[in-house]
Ligand binder design. Structure first.
Ligand code: AFP
Length: 333
């Protein structure tokens, strides 16, 4: 039997678990955006989408053409669903309002339309990340304050990975499911249900080139991993670094592991590199739903109340045993 399509899955969720049709519509709109971005990614130079856009985003980072294109695709697809009152994107410094001529809805969405930009031009996996929050007000006039909710409020979160396959990974809160895009029909089909992340791990991901800037807790934790079977952990660990969190999380969901992007002394005022609202929090929701964990070294990422829409945060996520250990090392200092 052909596996369930995303549309069939969302219809079933509406019938059996009371999924709000406006939320189903929003998720379907996101899947449309991901399919369009995936097709641009696949065409690459043939579609003229590689290289720099000649602009900077709010983080002061050079925007690639695909960052800008993906942002525009996301904004348009989401606004057309009539399900949101506003959007926050990595690529735009202010909240994005729904144009007056389109209806608004009861949700807010935060997204990174293209995570792992440095991988675009070298044809390595990249992705899109999103999280959906309740809108405190249904209005065309959203403000930053409407979005400043802890990750515990997230109603749905997911990502789409553009790799050898295009896959959409989604949680509506109860479980984590994976869809694979059928290139023949363009439909996302359910290919894994009840995804669980194993509690222990044999693999870690961290940008080792920053080692000299890490805090003592991270130095201790990683040094113990590197000592392998001869060290206190009494087993060998493997290391991977893809430089796109979507791809690291995807690997951890399939075969376990821990991903870290700690705060460091390169920029003491910056509490990490990754962004809380559209990178760390949705991935934390995904990890916790799959039985894993996600902290900033001190507290669960989902408990952090954001102070700003583009706030950064340190991230430790994946296998519960490993995340618990590195978090304890932070608290023990
Ligand atoms: P961009 O999307 O801005 O390229 O950043 C990707 C990312 O936020 C995250 O996906 C990676 O894990 C991390 O940055 C890689 O950072 P380094 O280049 O410092 O290793």
């Amino acid at each position: 039997m052909t596996p369930f399509s995303l549309q069939q899955y969302l219809s079933l969720e509406q019938r059996e678990h009371g999924l709000d049709p406006a939320l189903a519509r929003l998720i379907f709109g996101i899947s449309d955006a991901c399919a369009m971005i995936g097709s641009k990614v696949r065409s690459g130079a043939l579609a003229g989408v590689l290289g720099l856009a000649g602009t900077e985003n709010v983080q002061g980072e050079d925007q690639k053409k695909l960052d800008v294109i993906s942002n525009d695709i996301f904004v348009e697809a989401v606004a057309r669903t009539a399900s949101v009152s506003g959007m926050v994107s990595e690529e735009v410094d202010h909240v994005i309002r729904v144009p007056d001529e389109l209806p608004v809805g009861p949700y807010l969405i935060c997204f990174d339309p293209l995570d792992g930009s440095s991988n675009i031009d070298i044809n390595v996996s990249i992705g899109s990340i999103f999280s959906i929050l309740p809108a405190p007000r249904i209005t065309h006039d959203v403000s930053d304050a409407d979005f400043l909710q802890p990750g515990r409020n997230i109603l749905a979160a997911g990502y789409c990975i553009y790799g050898p396959q295009t896959q959409l990974v989604l949680t509506l809160g109860r479980s984590l499911v994976m869809f694979t895009r059928d290139p023949a029909t363009g439909t996302f089909r359910l290919t894994r249900e009840e995804v669980k992340v194993s509690e222990s791990a044999k693999e870690f991901a961290i940008n080792m080139s920053n080692q000299r800037f890490w805090e003592p807790a991270v130095q201790r934790y990683v040094s113990e991993l590197l000592q392998g079977a001869e060290g206190p952990r009494a087993k060998n660990y493997n290391m991977r670094w893809i430089a796109a969190m979507v791809a690291e999380v995807h690997r951890i969901l399939q075969r376990g592991g821990i991903f870290m992007y700690p705060r460091d002394s390169r920029n003491p005022d910056r509490p990490g590199k990754l962004r809380l609202m559209y990178e760390a929090a949705p991935m934390a929701k995904i990890m916790e739903t799959a039985g894993g964990a996600a902290t900033n070294g001190l507290q669960p990422i989902l408990d952090i109340v954001p102070q700003g829409i583009h706030e950064r945060v340190a991230v430790f996520l994946g296998a519960k045993e490993e995340v618990t250990r590195v978090t304890e090392y932070h608290k023990a200092k």
